[in-house]
Design a binder for this molecule. Structure first.
Ligand code: EZ4
Ligand code: CO
Length: 402
């Protein structure tokens, strides 16, 4: 089998997606997600100008070799644009191989270690009663694990809180919006939030919380200690992780489980965190971390240190990435949990898929390959629109981590 063509489909059914379609001389094609929220066209250009010309004529079954060719062969390694482009190719090739061998991708990765992937979704509220109502709604939908985010009194726009009655969606069309942040108000408030949620729903529900990189290590340690009575499933991204050693300090002070890595693009971003057991869940994602090939290796390394996976799964990761995460999550032994922020109905229409949610779990389905397609005609009706993630400033105007 040979790769005969590869092209990009850039569309915006409610939000932007960059999709790579690789076609072969046997009529089989594969899809890869190449979406990098707020920097979409950089990846599209990287693929179009520098990667696609090198793919034509290659054997699509040579996944490892093509991965190494694009990684080592570029000389310039790592970085979100490069690794997202490599991931798109990698995932499309796994899709092709599954279709060619008439089997779901999870079978190519070792087969099922479990029947379904436990998922968590997002509850958001402008205030504590709103957050409690949102948790209740998701419990009724069948979720067994829920991330809770809430507006902080005195802070006009907190991370994870929707504007109006729309579902929470980080990217917005137009130039970046600015939100305000106060660590002091946040640290005083979050324990009250989780106390109220536990009082309302009891001890059994899995609760998660995303700090979104906004604390220093010692502040994160204080938060972890304060939340211990509410035994969260995890605290996510408590502090930026460029300096992996920062997590050692958090670890010294709290038994709160820690998850990080949604912005990582290389195994090396996580190497110290994992081998020192400074985290409990690695959140690297297939689309930004170099594909199924790279994430399988990272997960296997993490397994040695009893670190589990918690792959990022926000709406800026396309249904192709969701499917890839579910196939890999079903196969690996150290799967922890999968994030599930459902896509809009329109996004789901553009990307028909075999995966489904039922009673707290997601299932990739048994279609050959990844089980996701793209309706190119419908996609063409929703052209790309420039969009950005917000930026955050402290109350005195200092730019801080969003
Ligand atoms: O802000 O995916 O856990 N989920 C998150 C997301 C991220 C977006 C960034 O593109 O932190 O909401
Ligand atoms: Co997050």
């Amino acid at each position: 089998m040979k790769i005969t063509s590869a092209r990009l489909i850039v569309c915006s059914p409610d939000r932007n997606f960059v999709t790579l379609k690789i076609e072969t001389d046997e009529g089989i094609y594969g899809l890869g997600d190449a979406t990098l929220n707020g920097r979409e066209l950089a990846v599209a250009a990287y693929l179009e100008e520098h990667v696609i010309p090198c793919l034509i004529g290659r054997d699509p079954f040579a996944i490892e070799d093509i991965w190494q060719y694009l990684y080592r062969g570029a000389y310039w390694r790592r970085g979100p644009v490069t690794m997202t482009a490599i991931a798109a190719v990698d995932v499309a090739l796994w899709d092709i191989k599954g279709k060619a061998l008439n089997t779901p991708v999870y079978n190519l990765l070792g087969g099922k270690s479990r029947q379904g992937a436990l998922v968590y979704t997002h509850a958001n509220g402008a205030d504590i009663p709103g957050a409690i109502e949102s948790v209740r709604k998701h419990l009724e939908e069948g979720y067994l694990a829920i991330r809770v985010q809430c507006g902080v009194p005195g802070v006009s726009s907190s991370y994870g809180v929707p504007k109006g009655d729309k579902p929470y969606e980080p990217a917005e069309r137009g130039l970046p919006s600015e939100s305000l942040w106060s660590t002091e108000k946040y640290l005083n408030f979050v324990p009250q939030l989780f106390q109220a949620v536990r009082e309302e729903f009891g001890e059994d529900l899995h609760l998660l919380h995303d700090v979104h990189h906004r604390l220093t290590p010692i502040e994160a340690a204080r938060l972890g200690k304060a939340l211990e009575p509410y035994h969260l499933f995890w605290i996510e991204d408590p502090t930026p992780a460029e300096n992996q050693e920062a997590f050692r300090l958090i670890r010294q002070h709290t038994v709160a489980p820690i998850a990080t890595g949604e912005v990582f693009n290389s195994f090396w971003d996580a190497h110290d965190l994992i081998r020192n057991q400074w985290i409990d869940y690695i959140r690297m994602t297939i689309v930004h971390g170099g594909g199924i090939t790279a994430l399988k290796k990272a997960a296997d390394f993490a397994a040695v240190y009893q670190v589990k996976t918690g792959f990022h799964g926000a709406t800026d990761l396309s249904p192709v990435t969701m499917a890839a995460a579910l196939h890999l999550g079903l196969a690996i032994h150290n799967f922890g949990i999968q994030e599930h922020m459902p896509h809009s109905a329109l996004t789901d229409q553009v990307f028909p898929h075999a995966y489904r949610f039922e009673a707290g779990y997601m299932y990739p389905g048994d279609a050959p390959g990844l089980g996701v397609d793209i309706d190119e005609k419908l996609a063409a009706e929703y052209p790309y629109q420039r969009a950005y993630l917000p930026v955050a400033r402290k109350l005195d105007g200092t730019l801080t981590d969003w």
